[in-house]
Design a protein around this ligand. Structure first.
Ligand SMILES: Cc1ncc(COP(=O)(O)O)c(C=O)c1O
Length: 414
């Protein structure tokens, strides 16, 4: 173990980590066996198989929801949720500015307008008071994002949506295994939308699951995902407008194996994240993303902390990140605020949406807390939480080392 007095690796010293963290994705013979079973059964697609559908039901049950729908990815699940809520032309949907573009582009895809709203600077999730202030007579829904697995304030959000007559769609792409007062995220709103893309907490390379408590809403979402087919009707009936968003049986096979392994991984990640939080809290200029006490567990898609350059001799964030990477810490990167994306700033990127871009005033919109968070937060890959407590706390040892040597680093790194 390195002591904090060691020279930073960036200045020629020994890195805190001499071995890498566990690789992601994790898989073993369970995936192989389940994939072979799909191969040999010959069904191969969800239309005449049970693997993907059973996985989605099990996944929903784990999060406390009645229905689970296995789809292509976590962008399409959002679109299906919006369609099922009958949201479209002329409607506004509130979306937090600190998120992946899909939370907003799904709203564009159903011809509605995303209204970008600022975040709580400590959790990085939607600021519920700002969301309340953004409601207009055209607002139909809120898409809330549980950023890096940290649950947004679901008590305040469910109250807001009930009071204002809005649908609540939880974008849980980062939050598999986040539990809020005893129940999984995604089961609190009208829909919970999960991504199983490669970097996520369980994965089949691509994939998505939509969870839901209401049978009618679930049926409407599945009708859209299954070419407009309605339950119980003839195969070529096509009663509503739909598309094909069905997950394959291959993905279902891999994801069932991932789900079986997930609860233990989630416990390990939580134990290690809590220990890392405590260790980082001791370092001046570092403030971990706030863990709301109403959250029983956090599915840490990333581990996020706030960084104050002033406490590190003015070392800029990007230089700090490079120095931390040199210590052997697996780095991610923050999203930019949606207000900084070209798609919202320039008509060239979205000619079809021109009138909505102008109407919503994106070109001049600034959301200071989301923009500041993008410039002051450090995002680390979740695989660093998959080892021992000591492995996780190595991150704090590395940060402490950089703190001690901040002036030298500042001089060496322009
Ligand atoms: C917050 C959020 N929403 C939605 C998505 C879209 O998921 P997918 O990549 O499976 O389409 C992502 C993917 O990174 C995400 O981070």
């Amino acid at each position: 173990m390195s002591s904090f007095a060691d020279t930073p690796a960036m200045l020629g010293g020994t890195p805190v980590r001499s071995t890498d963290y566990p690789a992601w994705p994790v898989w073993d013979d369970d995936e192989r066996t389940r994939l072979n079973a799909v191969l040999e059964a010959g069904g191969w697609w969800q239309g005449n198989g049970t693997v993907a559908a059973t996985f989605a039901r099990n996944f929903a049950e784990y999060h406390g929801a009645r229905y689970g729908l296995a789809m292509t990815n976590g962008t399409h699940t959002l679109e299906a949720a919006l369609i099922a809520c009958d949201i479209g032309e002329g409607d506004e949907v509130i979306v937090p500015a600190m998120t992946f573009v899909a939370s907003a582009s799904a709203v564009f895809a159903v011809n509605a307008t995303p209204v970008l709203v600022d975040i709580d600077p400590e959790t990085l999730c939607l600021d519920v008071t700002a969301a309340d202030a953004a409601v207009t007579p055209r607002t139909r829904a809120v898409v809330v994002v549980h950023v890096a697995g940290c649950a947004a304030d679901l008590d305040a959000l469910t109250e807001l949506c009930a009071r204002r007559g809005l649908r609540l769609i939880e974008d849980c792409a980062h939050a598999h295994g986040t539990f809020w007062r005893g129940r999984g995220v995604g089961s609190w709103g009208d829909f919970g939308s999960f991504s199983m893309q490669r970097s996520k907490l369980m994965t089949a390379g691509e994939g998505g699951v939509l969870i839901c408590q209401d049978e009618q809403l679930a049926d409407a979402a599945w009708a859209y995902a299954d070419c407009g087919r309605v339950k119980g009707e003839w195969f070529y009936h096509h009663a509503t407008m739909g598309s094909n968003l069905r997950m394959t049986e291959w993905q279902g096979a891999v994801l069932q194996a991932q789900l079986d392994r997930f609860p233990e991984q989630n416990r390990r990640r939580n134990r290690n994240a809590v220990a890392l939080n405590a260790a980082l809290q001791e370092i001046p200029g570092i403030r971990p993303q706030r863990r709301d006490p109403r959250m029983d567990s956090q599915g840490n898609y990333c581990f996020v902390f706030h960084y104050e350059p002033d406490q590190f001799a003015g070392l800029p964030l990007r230089a700090f990140e490079r120095a931390l990477a040199a210590e052997g810490i697996p780095m991610g990167v923050s999203y930019p605020s949606l207000t900084d994306l070209a798609v919202f700033r320039s008509e060239r990127f979205a000619p079809r949406l021109r009138h909505r871009l102008t109407e919503a005033g994106y070109a001049t919109l600034h959301l200071p807390r989301a923009e500041a968070a993008a410039a002051t937060t450090v995002w680390l890959q979740h695989r660093l939480l998959l080892g021992t407590v000591e492995d996780a706390v190595d991150v704090a040892r590395a940060v402490e080392k950089l703190h001690v040597h901040a002036s030298a680093l500042r001089e060496a790194m322009p």
